[in-house]
Design a protein around this ligand. Structure first.
Ligand code: CAA
Length: 380
């Protein structure tokens, strides 16, 4: 049976996220973008409303929101501002490896506190030499007595400077390549852990991104997630889950661009009539509306599968690539409909275009998603 009606609870959580986006995020989004402000007080408000911890299971203090519920929320938050949404929801990515591979004790120790306390967790996979090739990680974790000693540098880490806890992928056996990678929980206060300078990004500027460094950082063996050598698969399963959320954010950005463009087309008069009367504009807007529907359906399908505990590798890659590429196209077309005004910072669409670019890059580029889709469809 297939149905697309949302439950009353889903409608309620979506409405709440929409109101938050409209009344709290949108009014500050342009300034945060311009000045590169990380809006801490806004995040605190979001936390108080459960918008940062809803994904945690009820037994660990969260609301037990499913992956689909989370996507409903992310679409609305990103409709407000995708930079703010990225940082506001990054705990989902940082804590997912713990929920996927942690023991009950680890979930209580490392995930549950994020339901009761406003704080950030970061996902540390990418390195200067290991971006798309996530298996090429150079950070090491050397077993030493009853612990591990970490050395290495992670880059492009969302909320890296603000996090109190990192989920870190490091090699416990360099000779085994991706099969020698392991996943660890590293508290920020561990001696030898530090963060680098804030990156000066083209878009999503309200979201802070930085290096995180490990220099002889010693952690207890109890902080290993799963077994040694399981890190790469834990990372891939995390990304399968998280890519549906990025897809949902891309739908939110696309919807915002569509709405701005449609409103502008109705009121902008050229040649004696609103430009919305031109078929050239109809077709641009109709394509946007049509593709937003398609992107949302792909996203909901990928998220629904994750909620059923089923593998969604192909579906989440399809949703992420389609939606992110779409957001880039729709925001570019929105700038086109605004014409010269669209290119100016006084109008909202150039920001959306800059923000959309990152959706095609983080959590796996659009090219990597196609590689994943090809492997899942052609080679299995
Ligand atoms: N689930 C479970 N296992 C999986 C899997 C999945 N989805 N995908 C692969 N695996 C397993 C394979 O079965 C294989 O297992 P064996 O060792 O038993 O054979 C193993 O993992 C290796 O698989 P591949 O041979 O496919 O690995 P690969 O080295 O060719 O890489 C890749 C695959 C898809 C390209 C992967 O490296 C990848 O996803 N790269 C992109 C990384 C990425 O998305 N980075 C984003 C960082 S996070 C971020 O951006 C957030 C932020 O804060 C900004």
């Amino acid at each position: 049976m297939v149905g697309f009606d949302l439950t009353q609870e889903q409608e309620a959580v979506r409405d709440m996220a929409h109101k938050f986006a409209a009344h709290e995020i949108r009014p500050i989004a342009a300034e945060c973008d311009r000045e590169g402000v990380f809006p801490l007080e806004l995040f605190r408000k979001a936390f108080d409303l459960g918008l940062m911890s809803g994904f945690l299971p009820e037994e660990y203090g969260g609301q037990g929101l499913t992956s689909l519920d989370t996507c409903l929320v992310e679409e609305e938050l990103a409709w407000g501002c995708s930079g703010i949404a990225t940082s506001m929801t990054a705990n989902g990515l940082g804590l997912a490896p713990i929920l996927i591979a942690g023991t009950g004790e680890q979930k209580r120790a490392f995930a549950a506190p994020f339901a009761s306390k406003f704080q950030f967790a970061s996902f540390c996979l990418t390195e200067p030499g290991a971006g798309s090739d996530a298996g090429g990680i150079a950070t090491t974790a050397r077993r030493d007595g009853n612990g591990y000693v970490l050395n290495g540098r992670k880059c492009f880490i969302t909320n890296g400077a603000h996090a109190c806890q990192y989920t870190v992928f490091a090699s416990t056996d360099r000779s085994r390549g991706h099969r020698g990678l392991s996943a660890f929980v590293v508290p920020r206060e561990t001696p030898g852990v530090s963060s680098g300078k804030k990156e000066d990004k083209m878009g999503q500027r309200a979201s802070e991104t930085s290096d995180v460094l490990f220099e002889d950082a010693r952690i207890p063996a109890d902080n290993l997630l799963g077994k040694e050598g399981e890190g790469f698969k834990i990372a891939m399963r995390t990304l399968d889950y998280a890519r549906a959320s990025v897809a949902a954010m891309a739908v939110g950005v696309s919807r915002a661009a569509y709405e701005f463009a449609a409103d502008y087309a109705r009121q902008r008069v050229q040649f004696g009539q609103p430009i919305a009367m031109n078929q050239a504009i109809h077709f641009l807007l109709a394509d946007m509306a049509m593709d937003i529907e398609a992107a949302r359906l792909l996203t909901w399908n990928a998220a629904w599968l994750a909620g059923q505990g089923r593998r969604n590798t192909k579906e989440s890659a399809c949703a992420k690539a389609f939606s992110a590429d779409l957001a880039m196209r729709i925001t570019t077309d929105a700038v086109q409909i605004f014409g010269g005004y669209g290119y100016m910072r006084d109008y909202p669409v150039e920001k959306l275009m800059r923000d959309a670019k990152l959706l095609q890059i983080y959590e796996g580029t659009s090219q990597i998603q196609r590689m994943v889709i090809a492997r899942e469809t052609l080679l299995r």
